[in-house]
Design a protein around this ligand. Structure first.
Ligand SMILES: Cc1cc2nc3c(=O)[nH]c(=O)nc-3n(C[C@H](O)[C@H](O)[C@H](O)COP(=O)(O)OP(=O)(O)OC[C@H]3O[C@@H](n4cnc5c(N)ncnc54)[C@H](O)[C@@H]3O)c2cc1C
Length: 425
């Protein structure tokens, strides 16, 4: 091994590319493989809210606050405009019950140091005059922001490539190579790629990738459907979610039905993103008529100006959900060299900057700014293996190659370059 391990990252979403970027800037040799295209998963089928208020008070909110700090200076490292704007965010309240719940929630967030407070109806309508009178108040934080998630992902990837990372799209991982209980690389239709460390950043498919090595990781796809309007003049000045949306995020009972609460965002371009559902529908990324109708009805009831907007398309993405609502980050004790970086559910865009930094530090044996213990994959180590999984993964080596080899420069093991000490600040 050279000064740095050769790190192979599976997944070209915002998490994989952020890790690649943070590692490459420090001089580590990186290969990132993506089954389809960059941002073809959830990172290209989502809103772009960097919403602090929607994070649970605790380590989740702490991560989001640290990530936000990094977004403020990240642009100078990315060759693509990430369209980061701190618009401030509103969590709208429509019932007395919601008011009571939000009051307590806001107090918990304030105790952690978040700049957030409750507004009455008049104050909300001053800030957002287009909202209908059904709103009775809102929680407001000036820190909440929006970003272009596709540009962000591409920006991380290009920055990584500019620092020497190899990025292979249309390269699905089909198997993990394992020898003496250590991951030694991956197999792809283009051939094997050896590596010192393999990072599983496969988003909602991270459970499937872990299963290639006989390891169970409870990452489940949770579908979110979104309706997009044409680009119109500004009608919404803040990032906005309804209090019911937060409740649906953390309440599995509410998650069983489509269209709970609402989130609305007007992009820099003027398109409105209206969403979104939280459904367990396997890997189905289809849109359903019932959900889209519900979303549009709920959005129009809150923002009457929407009546003159056209819906130009709909899409759905798969959030990588975990049972305890926290991402799974760090080495898997059961298998040397295998590292998880998945499970950000509805927060992967917002948490991408801090996740990339923490993972890079952990992979390079440096002390991360936030300890990763709470996110350790080992918290799920008692999960039973899926009986459908073949148990012959141990000592699996690349099959004799009949398919074309990955270009030789991809499969290097040691980095001849001197260690760099740069970091993204
Ligand atoms: C409707 C909706 C709205 C959302 N809104 C927000 C929001 O406002 N703010 C926010 O912070 N988050 C939001 N999210 C969540 C956010 O999109 C995700 O948390 C984030 O994109 C996850 O990033 P990822 O890199 O882990 O996964 P992905 O972006 O899904 O990337 C994983 C990649 O791995 C690849 N892959 C899978 N298997 C393999 C394999 N075998 N070999 C090679 N590659 C493989 C996939 O093709 C994919 O490109 C939203 C999500 C949805 C669905």
């Amino acid at each position: 091994m050279g000064a740095f391990p050769h790190v192979l990252i599976i997944g070209g979403g915002v998490i994989g590319t952020s890790i690649a970027c943070h590692l490459a800037v420090q001089g580590a040799p990186i290969t990132l493989v993506e089954a389809k295209d960059l941002a073809s998963g959830s990172s290209g089928a989502c809103d772009g809210l960097v919403f602090l208020q929607s994070k649970k008070p605790g380590v989740h909110l702490q991560m989001a606050m640290e990530s936000l700090k990094r977004f403020r200076t990240l642009q100078k490292h990315l060759p693509v405009s990430m369209e980061f704007i701190q618009t401030g965010g509103l969590v709208t309240i429509e019932t007395d019950d919601e008011y009571r719940a939000m009051n307590a929630y806001v107090k918990d967030q304030q105790a952690i140091g978040l700049d957030v407070h409750l507004l009455d109806k008049e104050q909300v309508l001053q800030r957002e005059p287009g909202l209908s009178g059904r709103v009775i108040g809102a929680a407001y934080s000036p820190l909440d922001a929006k970003i272009n998630p596709i540009n962000l992902t591409l920006g991380f990837a290009l920055a990584a490539r500019n620092h020497g990372a190899r990025i292979l799209t249309r390269t699905p991982v089909t198997e993990l190579m394992v020898k003496n209980n250590r991951v030694t690389g991956i197999l792809t239709p283009r051939g094997p790629i050896p590596a010192d460390l393999v990072v599983n950043a496969a988003g909602a498919a991270a459970g499937n990738v872990a299963r290639m090595a006989g390891i169970e990781m409870p990452v489940i796809p949770r579908r979110g459907q979104i309706a997009v309007t044409h680009a119109g003049s500004p009608v919404l000045h803040h990032c906005l979610i309804s209090a019911g949306y937060i409740a649906a995020k953390y309440n599995p009972e509410l998650a069983r039905t489509a269209g709970q609460g609402i989130s609305m965002e007007q992009t820099e371009n003027g398109n409105l993103l209206l969403g979104s559902t939280r459904e367990f529908a396997g890997f189905d990324t289809g849109n359903t008529l019932s959900a889209i109708r519900k979303i549009i009805a709920q959005a129009a009831a809150r923002l009457p100006a929407l009546a003159s907007f056209q819906i130009i398309r709909t899409f759905a993405g798969l959030r990588p959900w975990t049972p305890d609502g926290l991402p799974i980050l760090g080495p898997v004790s059961k298998l040397d060299g295998f590292v998880m970086a998945a499970g950000h559910e509805g927060d992967g865009i917002a948490l991408s900057a801090i996740t990339g930094e923490l993972m890079a530090d952990a992979l390079l044996d440096r002390k991360p700014a936030i300890p990763l213990d709470r996110f350790s994959p080992d918290r799920f180590e008692d999960l039973a293996p899926d009986p459908a999984f073949r148990t012959d993964h141990e000592n699996r080596q690349p099959a004799p190659q009949s398919s074309p080899q990955v270009p030789p420069q991809v499969g290097f093991q040691a980095d001849p370059r001197p260690a760099r000490q740069e970091r993204i600040q």
